[in-house]
Design a protein around this ligand. Structure first.
Ligand SMILES: C[S@@+](CC[C@H](N)C(=O)[O-])C[C@H]1O[C@@H](n2cnc3c(N)ncnc32)[C@H](O)[C@@H]1O
Length: 325
């Protein structure tokens, strides 16, 4: 029998990063239970609503989900669904089922996360018919792969891989019929910050080199050099979770530069205060009535410390650089 590998500090650090997936999903579960937005599938991944979250946390998640979805849906509409999506560090994200219900499914949606997270997600999918049925129904041949560690179907594929190992990532995605010529949307939501700047640059460089027509949407921290940023870093550090990429989260400019230095033609970035003010205001007014917010300043500080940065390359001249809020 092969000797078991010793448990190292870096295993513990990776484990701490993986637990952020549960945090994100529980916060989204709670916010949806309060009516901030609709997600008809998240309860299959987290059954209990869980502990109450502060109103500013719920509003922060609302801005994150609505902001990212707005750009993502614009891309899909621009390409008339003749595209693919790669969600990097997808965790227990439910976008596949939302897009299916809204008739916005791309030709194929890929998700990547650590193998342990992927195995957990696949287990939920296999044991919950409302999750598995649409995947099976949309698959045309008898080649559906749905075992403990892999899912590959015509329209949806989940791959276990470490995003810091770009050549293995590339190999795995190609094995599952990734098509580099198709307009491609890459998405990372609170993921790049857990890699060193050189690891995340390698990843976005790989994406720029691989896809001639593509857009990258990245949501994560920004303005991290002030006191509020420092407290955020310390809180995560206490849980052994290091923000290895925090250097790139100094400003909107440093966020854009990561893309412009690695082969992307165009990049934009907005902090979440600005994104929040650009979301459909009738819906913002609706959610602002859901819960009383005592600490408006705290919400502002929180929104000031997150951003959406999006970049594009456009060989097919689809007008991707014009996609915006
Ligand atoms: C904060 S969670 C966000 C999950 C999801 N994007 C969302 O917003 O709900 C970060 C996710 O990135 C994944 N992740 C971070 N670093 C990774 C790496 N090097 N390789 C694969 N997955 C990674 C984690 O396992 C986790 O699922």
């Amino acid at each position: 029998m092969a000797a078991r590998k010793p448990f190292t500090d870096s295993d513990a650090a990776d484990e701490a990063v993986r637990t952020t997936c549960d945090d994100a999903t529980t916060c989204k579960r709670f916010a949806t239970s309060q009516g901030y937005w609709k997600d008809l599938y998240i309860h299959y991944f987290v059954r209990n609503v869980g502990e109450r979250k502060a109103p500013e946390i719920n509003r922060g998640y609302y801005a994150r989900v609505k902001g990212v979805n707005l750009l993502l849906d614009e891309f899909i509409k621009k390409t008339e669904c003749k595209c693919q999506i790669i969600n990097l560090g997808a965790g227990l994200d439910t976008t596949f089922w939302r897009l299916k219900d809204e008739n916005l499914l791309p030709q194929k949606l890929f998700e990547v996360d650590f193998p342990v997270v992927v195995a957990k997600k696949i287990h939920y999918i296999k044991t919950k018919p409302p999750l598995s049925k649409p995947i099976i129904d949309m698959h045309s041949t008898d080649s559906l792969l749905l075992d403990a560690h892999n899912l590959d179907s015509d329209r949806y594929c989940i791959v276990g891989a470490d995003l810091r190992d770009v050549s293995s990532l590339d190999e795995k995605l190609k094995k599952f019929h990734l098509n580099p010529e198709l307009p491609t949307l890459l998405l990372s939501e609170c993921v790049l910050v857990y890699m060193t700047p050189s690891q995340s640059s390698n990843l976005v460089h790989w994406a720029a080199e691989t896809f001639p027509t593509a857009m990258f949407i990245n949501y994560e921290q920004v303005n991290m050099s002030d006191r509020f940023g420092q407290v955020m870093i310390e809180n995560l550090q206490r849980r052994q979770c290091t923000l290895a990429g925090v250097e790139v989260c100094q400003s909107l400019d440093s966020q854009k530069k990561r893309f412009l230095r690695t082969g992307w033609e165009h990049a934009d970035a907005l902090d979440m205060i600005t994104v929040y003010s650009m979301l459909p205001q009738h819906d913002v007014a609706r959610i602002e009535h859901l819960e009383f917010l005592d600490e408006r300043e705290l919400l502002q500080q929180l929104l000031q410390h997150y951003c959406i940065c999006w970049a594009s390359k456009d060989k097919l001249n689809l007008g991707l650089s014009k996609l915006a809020f």
